[in-house]
Design a protein around this ligand. Structure first.
Ligand code: SF4
Length: 472
């Protein structure tokens, strides 16, 4: 069910009722967590690696302008073209203009979150271009007309029956829900598209400044087909996805697959430096790097700068108890889980994304899981705090907290408030506790039971103890 047009709380309700989603998220998280622990073990102390990775990312983002300049110079030296796009529209326009100038009919794409972020497919499709996602998970959600529900596993919310139905529509006949048969079918369709395509669009796991190179980290061969078959290759890159030197990649590439999927290494690591040279047997005639800002520069120099250290491994999603229950679509953004709950409002502001910083238990598991040590849960608190300072919370809530503050600062009011609260809660309490609370507690008690007030409050118990001691 598509939920993108529903408000946040309704999207969450839909996710709660989806039994397959609940089961599949649980299984996937358990698999990733175990895999990560097993592949981290031989590395020795993971903190040493995480600190090293954090240093690489901090140094890079602290000197982002310097390394972007170095990257652009080196890409151009090797015959590539570079375009810096300030906004999503500028980035899309560059690619659509290019596609029009080359009379492109078919585009093949390997996985690229930034192109999801800027809605590049829609822009190309408006021109009548056939755009095909070639990562299997992305292909499935493209057929379903949905967005990814996980950074690494975009179709984690689909079962084999649903996938068979989607591919059957492409086949024009009913395909059995047998995974190997479905892979074979998708493979055959996609191979034909690679041969037809005039333009290939890839994402960018890392761009290496010192040589102007692109590094793709993939588990399917689609990345290599996308970047070598078509005459023109466009790399879509968020401007923070850069490392200074190949040497810096040692640490990041050691941690990325382990943190993401519990693999020591992915099936393919593809490095591309420039378009086809004389004597090369394959490769594109033209290579374009589109380096996208789209709000990232606003984070530079702010208290949220560290969010640009992210290497999009998905480890914070894989550990998050909230993501485990609501899945990716409930967040409404292409970036879900803790990274999405921070990155989306940082890039896009609070107007549409005010709820996301609240989609967290603040347990800190995401921060502990992050291979580059981004303090995600602290940023979530900061984002909540910013909303309070901007007076974005409902007036009733602001008044309630003001009164609560006054009450807790005055012992006499506090005691009276506690007594009143106990009397009200007792009106709603059953044998097990409060299962359907009054006012705001109603939503809270929809999913869990609020404990009944204790027969004797701590304050009364303390007072009675004191009295007894005085008598002795
Ligand atoms: S915030 Fe950290 S854990 Fe989450 S995706 Fe980014 S790098 Fe991975």
């Amino acid at each position: 069910m598509k939920t993108s047009n529903l408000p946040f709380h309704e999207r969450v309700d839909v996710a709660f009722k989806d039994d397959f989603l609940q089961e599949s998220l649980k299984k996937a998280q358990e698999k990733f967590i175990t895999g990560k622990a097993n592949t981290y073990k031989p590395l020795g102390d993971p903190e040493v690696w995480r600190k090293r990775a954090e240093e690489v990312r901090r140094h890079t983002i602290d000197n982002l302008d310097y390394y972007l300049d170095m990257l652009a110079t080196n890409i151009e030296k090797r015959g590539g073209k570079v375009y810096f796009a300030k906004t999503a529209d500028e980035a899309s326009r560059y690619v659509t203009d290019l596609a029009q100038s080359k009379e492109v009919k078919t585009v093949v794409k390997s996985k690229s979150m930034i192109s999801e972020e800027i809605h590049l497919n829609h822009a190309l499709e408006k021109l009548g271009v056939d755009v095909i996602e070639t990562d299997l998970g992305e292909y499935i959600i493209q057929l379903a007309g949905e967005t990814p529900s996980h950074i690494i596993v975009p179709a984690i919310h689909k079962n084999k029956k649903q996938i068979a139905e989607l591919l059957s529509k492409v086949a024009g006949r009913e395909l059995p829900d047998d995974p190997p048969g479905l892979y074979q079918f998708a493979r055959k369709v996609l191979r034909e598209k690679f041969l037809q395509a005039d333009l290939g669009i890839s994402g960018c796991n890392f761009a290496v400044a010192e040589t102007g190179s692109l590094l793709l980290v993939t588990n399917e061969g689609n990345g290599r087909f996308t970047t070598t078959f078509p005459e023109t290759h466009v790399v879509m890159m968020g401007m923070e996805r850069i490392v200074p030197r190949w040497k810096d990649l040692d640490t990041l590439i050691t941690l990325l697959p382990r943190a993401a999927t519990g693999q020591k290494i992915t099936t393919y690591l593809t490095a591309i430096s420039g378009p086809r040279r004389d004597g090369d047997v394959d490769g594109p005639e033209e290579l374009h790097f589109v380096i996208v800002d789209n709000g990232r520069l606003n984070a530079v120099g702010s208290k949220f700068q560290e969010i640009l250290h992210c290497i999009r491994c998905g480890a914070c999603l894989n550990i998050c108890p909230v993501y485990r229950h609501i899945g990716g679509h409930a967040y409404g953004s292409v970036y879900s889980g803790p990274i999405g709950a921070v990155l989306t409002p940082v890039l896009r502001g609070f107007d549409e994304w005010a709820e996301l910083p609240y989609a967290s238990s603040l347990c800190g598991a995401c921060t502990d899981a992050c291979p580059v040590r981004i303090p995600l849960h602290e940023m979530l608190v900061d984002l909540r705090n910013d909303q309070i300072l901007e007076k974005r919370s409902p007036t009733t809530e602001r008044i309630a907290f003001k009164m609560f503050g006054k009450m807790t600062a005055t012992p006499r009011f506090y005691a009276t408030g506690l007594k009143a609260g106990k009397t009200v809660l007792n009106l709603f309490a059953g044998r097990e506790g409060v299962e359907s609370g009054p006012g705001k507690l109603k939503n809270w008690t929809k999913e869990r039971t609020f404990p009944s007030p204790a027969p004797q409050s701590f304050r009364d118990w303390w007072k009675s103890g004191k009295k007894n001691n005085e008598k002795k």
